[in-house]
Ligand binder design. Structure first.
Ligand SMILES: Nc1ncnc2c1ncn2[C@@H]1O[C@H](COP(=O)(O)OP(=O)(O)O)[C@@H](O)[C@H]1O
Ligand SMILES: [Mg+2]
Length: 317
């Protein structure tokens, strides 16, 4: 029996490496599996795949790279058991393959295969950076989880990741030339129209007349990434999540939803040294409890706003 219908795809991104994407993906996966959902974790960090280590699984010799390279025809052949009931893994596998090198057709073929998987929930552990392919997998998901740590570099990358994702979404969903040109302008620093943010773009489009301003407003309403703040050490850090939520709305008009924070805990690196997921090893730790609250909040959100994942062949390279 399927617990979630339609199947849900959650993407975990953040623009920066080392913020805890793989730790969170692995442990959320274990938690969902413990709750009875059939879960597949997919390591999309093709250049630095290490999700298997967080789960204590030896690196499988086949994964996403082998599928997109046509060395494996059926994605089911890539499912690696994790030793945890209901939880399997598709590794990133082969060294030397970067997600930036995926062609559009390879990407679509892989996405379609993911959608056919027999699972309730598919979690995509995205790599660092804002390469189009990373952003496209982020956008394709039903739930867009953004991970940041309370450091200026991570916060900066997180904003960049959200902004670039939104512009990419606009360019894929809206094919009017006027809109594409305006977005190209927007991406140029110091554009003469003074467009710096999606909010400026909406005002600019309203001034031009027509329906594009309203179209962008609707796209902004639709796009609701959810933020998890990891490696929090003190009360000041804790406030950063809500501050980012407010800043995103105030300056960009974007609705980022702050889901909660996870503390910096030695138990986390201990768990990776032991190659055992924290939620199994330390079920009563503060981190496990916080993650459990976050997991329930995401499920709750999804049940209120279900959306079947759509695939289009539009969307550029
Ligand atoms: N909440 C946390 N507390 C302590 N250390 C953490 C925490 N989250 C992540 N780390 C540390 O950060 C490192 C990077 O985490 P990882 O999940 O591999 O990041 P990413 O996938 O974003 O590159 C880990 O090796 C771990 O030691
Ligand atoms: Mg990682």
């Amino acid at each position: 029996m399927r617990l979630l219908n339609p199947k849900q795809i959650w993407a975990i991104g953040g623009g920066k490496g080392g913020v805890g994407k793989s730790f969170i993906t692995g442990n959320l996966g274990v938690m969902l599996a413990q709750r009875g959902y059939r879960v597949v974790l997919v390591d999309m960090d093709l250049g630095g795949a290490n999700l298997h280590t967080w789960l204590g699984v030896n690196n499988p010799d086949r994964g996403v790279s082998e599928f997109v390279g046509h060395f494996v025809e059926n994605v089911d052949q890539l499912l690696t058991p994790t030793g945890i009931n209901n939880l399997s893994l598709i590794s990133g596998a082969r060294d030397g393959m970067e997600i930036a090198n995926l062609k559009h057709t390879q990407k679509l073929r892989f996405l379609r295969a993911l959608q056919r998987l027999e699972a309730d929930c598919v979690l995509l552990d995205l790599g660092a950076g804002t390469a189009y392919n990373t952003i496209d997998f982020f956008l394709l998901a039903d739930t867009h989880l953004l991970l940041a740590v309370p450091e200026p570099t991570s916060i900066e990358n997180a904003y960049r990741f959200i902004k670039n994702s939104f512009y990419r979404k606009l360019r894929s969903d809206g094919n009017e030339q006027g809109l594409r040109d305006a977005i190209e302008q927007l991406l140029l620093l110091n554009n003469p129209q003074g467009i710096r943010t999606p909010k400026d773009l909406i005002e600019y489009m309203h001034r031009q007349g027509g329906t594009l301003g309203r179209f962008i407003e609707r796209q902004l309403e639709e796009f609701q990434p959810q933020l998890i703040l990891n490696q929090v050490r003190n009360a000041q850090d804790m406030r950063i999540g809500s501050a980012m939520e407010s800043a995103c709305f105030k300056y960009f008009g974007l609705r980022l939803k702050f889901l909660g924070h996870i503390e910096h805990e030695d138990a986390v690196w201990h768990s990776v040294l032991q190659r055992r997921p924290l939620v199994l090893d330390q079920p009563n730790s503060g981190t496990t409890k916080r993650l459990s609250v976050i997991c329930s909040a995401i499920l709750q959100q999804r049940s209120q706003h279900p959306r079947a994942t759509e695939l289009t062949s539009a969307g550029g390279p």
